[in-house]
Write a protein that binds this ligand. Sequence first.
Ligand code: GUN
Length: 288
Amino acid sequence: MKILDGKATADQIKLEIAAEVEKMTAQGKKRPHLAAILVGDDGASQTYVGHKEKACAQVGFKSTLLRLPADTSEEFLLSEIAKINADPDIDGLIVQLPLPKHINEQRVIETIDPAKDVDGFHPVNVGKMVLGLPSFVSATPWGILELMERYGIETSGKHCVIIGRSNIVGRPLANLLSQKSKPGDCTVTICHSRTKDLKEYTLKADIIIAALGVPEFLKGDMVPEGAVVIDVGITRVKADTKTGFRLAGDVQFSEVSPKCSYITPVPGGVGPMTIIALLRNTLKAAAL
Ligand code: GUN
C-alpha cells in the first residue's frame, strides 16, 4: 500500500508555481492577484480562506481578502463582485461558500466574471469543462486528477466508482474521468444515497472516490484488493483533543488501507491539492 501524499505533492507544485511567478516578474509582468470574499464568521470557512491566503504568499501571488458581516445584503455582495470584475489588477475571484441563508448562492456564482472564476463554478466554465473545452476546472476534481497523474496511476480502461453526486466534486469528476483524455478514459459509475447495494459496485472498482461527506463510510469489506482509494471527505467530528474535534475522512482508513494499492490520507491527501488547483487557475487567469 502506498500513500498518495497530497501535502508533499502540493509543496512540490508550489515550488513550480513560484518559479513561474519569478519568471513572469523578471519579464516585467505583474504578479497574479487572487481576491477572496468571506461573508460571516463560519469557523471552517475562515480556516480555508486563511490557507488560501497563505498559499498565495508562498508562491508570490498578491491576495486580497474582503471580509463582510453575516448580515450583508445580497445586493451589496453582488455590487462588490461587480467592482472586482471590473478591476484589471485582480485576476481571480472566489466567494467562499457556504453563504448565509438569505443570499442566493447561484446568483452570486453567476455574477462572477467567468474569466475570473478560478473556482470553476460559473455555468460557463462548467459547460466548457463538460464539453472538454479549455476552462477553469474546479479545485477538488483537478486536485484529484493531478495527484493521480503525478503518482503515475493509470486510469485508461479502469472502472472508477464515485460515491457522491455533488456539483463541485462527484459530477465534474465523473465527467473528467470519462473524457477521452489523460487522465481519463475511465468507465465511470456514480453512486449516491439512493444507490441499492452500493457494495456490489465498489467491489467491482479499480478506483474508488469517496465524496459523500459521511465520516468513515467506506469500510474494509466494501473494497477489493489492489484498489486505488481517494478520500475526499473532511468532516469535523467531536473528539477528546485540544480543539474538541478531529478531521475524519469518508474512508475507514485502518480497515481499507491494507487492501489498497494507493490511498489518500485525511488530512494531507486531497485537501492540500485543492488549494493548488486554485493557484494554477489564478496563474492561468493572469495569462488571459
Ligand atoms: N467551500 C468549500 N469548498 C469551496 C471551494 O472550493 N470554493 C469556495 N469558494 N468555497 C468553498
